[in-house]
Design a protein. Structure first.
Length: 614
């Protein structure tokens, strides 16, 4: 029996040793994987001769995109709607198309928008102009999507030939601005929204005090929306060789035209001159294979994605002189924050780093913001002014999709302002919102009472009604803030305060109109603004440097470990398209959540809520 027990003990020791050895090997392997991830440099893709570059934006086009969560990408297929929809970089798209235009290896361009979730008018026109230039360089352009939304079609309209699936459609509806209004809901729960504002057209507070859009807001919105729709129809008509005015007329007559097409949306698109051929995927693939050749596996035409092309054609720029690009994207708030908002301390830190860099020759402030906190806006503007006065750097503002309210505030004293023709800008006005919930609490049997040493004791307690002295103080503060805004604009634009006031009052303008009123200096692209900044700095040899936060080191390691595209994306995964109901609920939640972003210490806001199109 003793012998058997010895054998069992030897066996157990062997198993224990085997387990220890296995764990040791596992640890060594894991360390090796981490080391490989941190030091791995993958070979760049190659660009074959005669290849077609596929422009296939995924998700929404943004000025600056968030670094993706590497673990989220690994488990994306299990996350359903909880995953973050992908985003595409506007500047990467522009760079890829511009570079491909003069690259002899790129034989053509294919526009595929099946995964495209839209972009602002300014971004769409910028991309469409680059596609047009590609075509004018003598290279063929094909649009080959299953169907086209209004955003998609502006890009597709610049192609030599537009293919669409017979079951697809092209839905053009024009531009509209329809907000969500909460007054009745707030009345129902007993919330008291105390509003203080200056400006006839400052309609940002209307969702909290009305159940509909005011006549003044409708007037202002109709004006800029009409100008944006004119720019859209002009671009499509030029791209498709239509007579001026044809498209707008056809959109208004859609019901009759659809009836004439027998209710067939595909045939309607052909009849309206929007689509050249209704074909299945296999048919357009065969057509492009015949023209450009096939991939090695013979499944499709010879192609390279624009992301892979960018990675393959990366060009190192060792110029000493830098044009620093500081991006203000999203609502302007106090404190620090992610790239989705223009958090004052974050933006200021980038400006400070740029102005203290001896190699920076000029700063370009790239703006895509409807504004927000006036205090945060002023902090950003002051740091830009320091770059001008202390460091002697030229500061040029470049307006992207939106530069309104606080977005205009931070730009007002720049040396020069450039805007896209379809930039939404202006909205020079100030407001304050302080909700109190004394009636709401009363409904559930909660009451507030007490004593104070002055008439202002507990002045901003949201469980009590605002006193008249408190309201008077806030209104005076708002009016003072508006005067400061007018004065900043007047000084920056070389105008009088009275001249600015006439075009201010919180009114929103399309940049083409803003140019006429002197709110911008030039209409042009981001590259035009950069070139102008370099010229003002007196440098001809320069490189563009975007200032933004670096990815988290742990995320960077995991990205390499799991082969994520946190640095350079060459493929973009599909994502589920949300239903119209989910989109509506998400929009309502976002508008309601806006109250939570109101963190200005003075309670003053320069924000444009009518600057987002649907």
């Amino acid at each position: 029996m003793k012998g058997i027990w010895e054998i069992i003990k030897v066996g157990l020791k062997f198993v224990q040793g085997l387990g220890t050895t296995f764990m040791g090997l596992f640890v060594i392997l894991f360390i090796f994987m981490i080391y490989s991830a941190m030091t791995n440099t993958e070979p760049r893709p190659t660009v074959p001769n005669g290849v077609v570059m596929v422009l296939s934006p995924s998700g929404v086009v943004r000025e600056q995109i968030e670094y993706p969560d590497p673990l989220e990408q690994v488990f994306r297929e299990y996350q359903d709607f909880n995953s973050t929809p992908p985003q595409s970089s506007y500047h990467e798209i522009i760079k890829a198309v511009e570079r491909a235009t003069t690259d002899s290896r790129i034989a053509g361009l294919a526009i595929l928008t099946d995964r495209f979730a839209g972009a602002s008018p300014a971004h769409l026109h910028g991309i469409a102009d680059r596609i047009k230039a590609f075509k004018e360089a003598g290279k063929p352009v094909y649009a080959i999507s299953s169907a086209y939304s209004q955003s998609d079609y502006l890009l597709a309209s610049q192609a030599d030939k537009v293919f669409m699936n017979p079951e697809g459609n092209v839905i053009l509806t024009g531009y509209g601005r329809y907000g969500t209004y909460f007054k009745s809901l707030l009345d129902m729960i007993g919330a008291d929204i105390n509003v203080f504002r200056v400006g006839t057209f400052k309609s940002a507070v209307e969702p909290y005090i009305r159940d509909d859009m005011s006549a003044a807001a409708k007037e202002a919105n109709q004006a800029y929306l009409g100008e944006l729709w004119r720019q859209y129809t002009d671009k499509v008509e030029q791209g498709r060789g239509m007579e001026p005015g044809t498209l707008a007329k056809s959109v208004d007559e859609t019901p009759d035209l659809l009836r004439a097409a027998g209710g067939n949306f595909g045939q309607l698109a052909v009849d309206m001159g929007l689509v050249d051929e209704l074909v299945h995927r296999i048919d357009y693939r065969e057509a492009l294979i015949e023209e450009f050749g096939a991939t090695p596996d013979g499944e499709t035409f010879k192609q390279i994605s624009y992301q892979a092309y960018l990675a393959a054609s990366h060009q190192a720029d060792n110029s000493k002189n830098k044009i620093a690009v500081i991006t203000a994207q999203g609502e302007i708030i106090m404190g620090t924050g992610p790239i989705t908002v223009a958090a004052a301390e974050t933006v200021v830190s980038h400006i400070r780093a740029a102005r203290n860099d001896e190699n920076v020759a000029a700063i370009v402030l790239r703006v895509d913001s409807p504004g927000g906190s006036s205090f945060a806006s002023e902090l950003i503007r002051q740091e830009l002014e320091a770059a001008q006065k202390i460091n002697g750097l030229p500061v040029v503002a470049s307006f992207g999709p939106v530069a309104a309210s606080g977005g205009y505030w931070i730009s007002a004293t720049a040396d020069e302002i450039w805007a896209s023709p379809s930039t939404i800008t202006g909205s020079i006005g100030i407001f304050g919102v302080i909700p109190t919930f004394q009636d709401t609490l009363d409904k559930v049997g909660i009451h507030t009472d007490g004593v104070g040493t002055t008439k202002l004791s507990g002045a901003f307690d949201i469980t009590r009604d605002l006193s008249e002295p408190t309201k008077d103080i806030i209104q005076q503060s708002i009016e003072n803030g508006y005067q400061n805004f007018l004065t900043l604009v007047a000084n920056g634009r070389g105008m009088t305060v009275e001249e600015v006031d006439k075009i201010a009052q919180g009114r929103v303008w399309a940049a083409t109109t803003a140019l006429e009123y002197g709110l911008v200096d030039h209409l042009g692209t981001f590259d035009d603004a950069v070139a102008s900044a370099a010229k003002k700095a007196g440098v001809s040899d320069y490189r563009v440097s975007f200032y933004r936060d670096a990815p988290d080191r742990l995320d960077a390691m995991l990205a390499r470990l799991f082969q994520s595209n946190i640095f350079e994306s060459t493929t973009v995964p599909d994502y589920p398209v949300p239903s119209p109901m989910l989109k509506m609920l998400t929009t309502m939640k976002a508008e309601a959540d806006l109250l939570l972003k109101f963190n200005d210490p003075m309670g003053r806001y320069a924000l444009c809520l009518t600057c987002q199109l649907r």
